[in-house]
Design a protein around this ligand. Structure first.
Ligand SMILES: Cc1cc2nc3c(=O)[nH]c(=O)nc-3n(C[C@H](O)[C@H](O)[C@H](O)COP(=O)(O)O)c2cc1C
Length: 262
């Protein structure tokens, strides 16, 4: 019996928000019960072998993805689909940047169920917008943390009963068409060609022998390369970024709060 955190988190916001919940769940599931370990399965790692991962019916997992254009990011869904859930209880988490998460939880539920997981609860949580950082800035904050801890207690109560009510999540089927503005970060002159961006790109879109070359078809605009560059040399086009920020201004204006589905 084990507790797993399965997470896709290119710039760390999803990991941070989901980590609060996972920490709280793990603490309770591992104290005085037969659950003895917390393992992390990193869906961001495009080189990992997910098809070889098999869970057991008495395992519990927290599955967390960011919302991209109101959907599950394609590589996250494809990688999750390869894991054999074998009936493991799942807590689904989508993390978004204060615009909207639309069909993300519904799609995540479908992918998880097809992979053999048994979703028992779901949470929509907030983190800083990984493209337009001024939205959701500083989140998850202490208020989020308090809310997520409160959710964890309710999730634990649901996980402890054997006859669990079916989960009804918001979202449309068919899902909204996948469409996000393509922003492909490029290196500026201060790039030292250290290659870190190529190593950590979740979809191996950056040429490791010349990081100035990016496969724009493969790039998912996740901004991981920009976030981890030690020189801050890799950035998306500033004009395109301003346009995105302007476009999001109205829809991101009001603070959104975490939600629990149980
Ligand atoms: C390509 C892309 C699309 C995004 N689409 C949305 C969206 O539709 N709604 C939203 O509120 N936030 C959106 N975001 C913001 C992310 O969901 C949010 O910042 C999340 O925390 C990023 O996860 P990460 O930090 O683990 O990479 C988007 C971010 C990216 C990179």
């Amino acid at each position: 019996m084990a507790f797993y955190e399965i997470v896709f988190s290119p710039t760390g916001g999803t990991k941070k928000a989901a980590g609060i919940l996972a920490g709280e769940l793990a603490k309770n599931l591992t104290s005085g019960s037969p659950v003895h370990s917390l393992s992390i399965i990193d869906l961001t790692d495009g080189r990992a072998d997910f098809a070889g991962i098999r869970l057991a019916p008495n395992d519990t997992v927290l599955i967390a993805v960011p919302s991209y254009g109101g959907r599950v990011p394609l590589p996250a869904g494809e990688r999750l689909a390869q894991i054999k859930g074998n009936g493991a209880k799942a807590v689904l988490v989508c993390v978004y940047g204060n615009r909207a998460y639309e069909d993300t939880l519904a799609e995540l539920q479908d992918i998880a169920e097809t992979a053999g997981f048994a979703p028992a609860a779901a949470v929509a949580a907030l983190a800083e917008h990984s493209i337009a950082h001024r939205y959701g800035s500083g989140r998850p904050d202490s208020q989020d943390e308090q809310q997520l801890r409160f959710f964890a207690a309710q999730i634990l109560a649901k996980l402890s009963v054997s006859a669990r009510a079916p989960l009804s999540l918001p979202g449309n089927r068919p899902y909204k068409p996948f469409g996000v503005i393509k922003l492909v970060p490029v290196p500026a002159e201060n790039c030292t060609q250290c290659g870190l961006c190529a190593v950590h790109c979740p979809v191996q879109a950056i040429d490791s022998s010349d990081v100035r070359k990016t496969d724009t078809e493969k790039c998912i605009s996740c901004m991981r390369c920009a976030a981890l560059c030690p020189q801050k040399a890799r950035q998306a086009d500033p004009q395109a970024l301003s346009a995105v920020e302007e476009h999001l201004k109205k829809v991101c204006a009001l603070r959104k709060e975490p939600e629990l589905y149980i």
